[in-house]
Design a protein around this ligand. Structure first.
Ligand code: ADP
Length: 421
């Protein structure tokens, strides 16, 4: 056993004290009573200090008791610990208050749930959004208070990778849950009524404008075709150009209408499997006749289990094949293939064409985004093809994966994750 230097000093003091009292007692011939008195006084001194320590521990203050010897050292160490503890507690309290102030000020509802989905804490925005009541609703199960079927399904599925949207008291709400700590959940929700309305207005505007433009354009296009038939050599060139541009405008308008339709589409019957071999062979044959032998087109498909809307998937794959033809120089190779793994099924459209540099890839599915506007126009592109593909895949819960290297070629893959029926 190692003895601290303070205890060693205390032992030296004790021995000296006992010897002193023994010597004093011996002078008066009372050595034993003097020894007894020395021990009693020594114990009383320790009891006194122990009492001061207990009193201080029951109500610690900045003023720690002062003493001598081993007790002075113990009190000094306690004092230091007390100061350290107080400083870190102050810091923590400050942090906690700051956190609570910020979550209170947050415009979206924040609710802390335990592993049984019972409410542990919520901020004032939750009162406004879900009508939660401060005292009454703490400890209540959240699915007793938010009862929308979409939310109940989201909560019971326990798949919180995406957020859920539903209507509550005439408000459109977007809600997401994050798991954290020891089986706790942080639920955060915001009112997206305004945003949804604006989105709807934007969609309606594009759809209405496209429909309105379509009629006059069809009339113009009709007249231009008549003019083309009767034009003489001097104005044939200009009329042909007008015709080309009207065809382009018609294509842009019909693709805008198609996008607007897809945006408002409400899904499909997830139990009907598509005949993917038929679908892929059809689009492939169409691409072959469009290509007119300018490229080598290869087909390498196995049957896939995909549910969805036949015509839409057909449009998506057709757009990818048209792009591959458009952006691959003559003589290049284009392959339409399929593959599967444990996570789902893939349809790949691969080419060894001009490729796309890295910085453009993330933006390709934006409307009217083109890497090279001149080339896209010249090849009859509208800048909407990939936006349509993305919209169709979103509707089917699928994802577009793009791999490309400039000068080497590109691979566009549609990934359909496995769905449990
Ligand atoms: P576009 O009608 O211009 O082809 P898309 O939306 O279909 O519009 O494609 C957007 C852009 O992505 C294209 O303008 C082109 O720059 C690029 N792109 C698409 N597919 C390919 C491909 N297979 N190879 C190289 N670039 C491509």
């Amino acid at each position: 056993m190692t003895l601290s230097s303070n205890i060693q000093r205390e032992l030296v003091f004790l021995v000296a004290w006992v010897l002193f009292m023994l010597a004093l007692g011996a002078i008066f011939g009372l050595a034993l009573p003097a020894l007894f008195l020395a021990m009693v006084l020594y114990i009383l001194w320790h009891m006194h200090n122990l009492n001061r320590l207990l009193l201080w521990l029951s109500k610690p203050t900045n003023n720690t008791p002062e003493s001598m010897g081993v007790w002075d050292e113990a009190f000094f160490k306690l004092h230091n610990q007390y100061i350290r503890h107080r400083t870190s507690r102050k810091k923590l309290t400050k942090m906690l208050k700051r956190f609570q102030r910020s979550t209170k000020a947050m415009p979206f509802a924040t609710i802390v749930l335990n592993s049984n989905n019972e409410i542990e804490w919520f901020n004032p925005a939750s009162k406004l959004l879900f009508g939660l009541r401060s005292r009454l609703d703490i400890g209540q199960r959240i699915d007793n208070l938010i009862r929308q079927p979409e939310f109940i399904k989201y909560l019971s599925n326990k798949d919180f990778t995406k957020s859920v949207e539903f209507e509550n008291q005439q408000k459109k709400i977007s809600l997401s849950i994050i798991k954290y700590g020891n089986g706790q959940y942080l639920l955060s929700a915001s009112d997206i009524t305004q945003r949804t309305k604006l989105d709807e207005m934007r969609r309606n505007f594009i759809s209405n404008a496209s429909h309105e433009l379509r009629t006059p354009l069809t009339v113009i296009s009709g007249y231009v075709e008549i003019l083309q038939d009767t034009a003489d050599q001097t104005n044939k060139f200009s009329i042909d150009k007008i015709h080309q541009q009207t065809v382009r405008m018609e294509k842009i308008i019909s693709e805008l209408i198609e996008l607007a339709k897809l945006e408002t589409s409400v899904g499909f019957d997830k139990h009907i499997d598509l005949d993917m071999s038929k679908l892929l062979t059809e689009v492939f044959n169409e691409a072959v006749s469009l290509d007119q032998n300018k490229h080598t087109l290869l087909l390498d498909i196995k049957d896939l289990q995909i549910t969805g809307i036949y015509e839409e998937i057909r449009t998506a794959i057709s757009n990818l094949l048209t792009n591959a033809i458009r952006y691959t120089p003559e003589g290049g190779e284009i392959t339409l293939s399929t593959s599967t793994d444990e996570s789902g099924a893939y349809i790949h459209v691969k080419d060894n064409g001009i490729g796309i540099s890295y910085e453009h890839i993330a933006r390709l599915t934006e409307r009217f985004y083109r890497v090279d506007e001149g080339r896209s126009r010249e090849k009859g592109g509208t800048g909407l093809g990939l936006a349509i593909v993305k919209q169709i895949l979103d509707l089917h819960n699928a994802t577009l994966l793009i791999e490309s290297l400039p000068g080497k070629g590109s691979q566009f893959s549609c990934f359909f994750p496995v769905v449990e029926h």
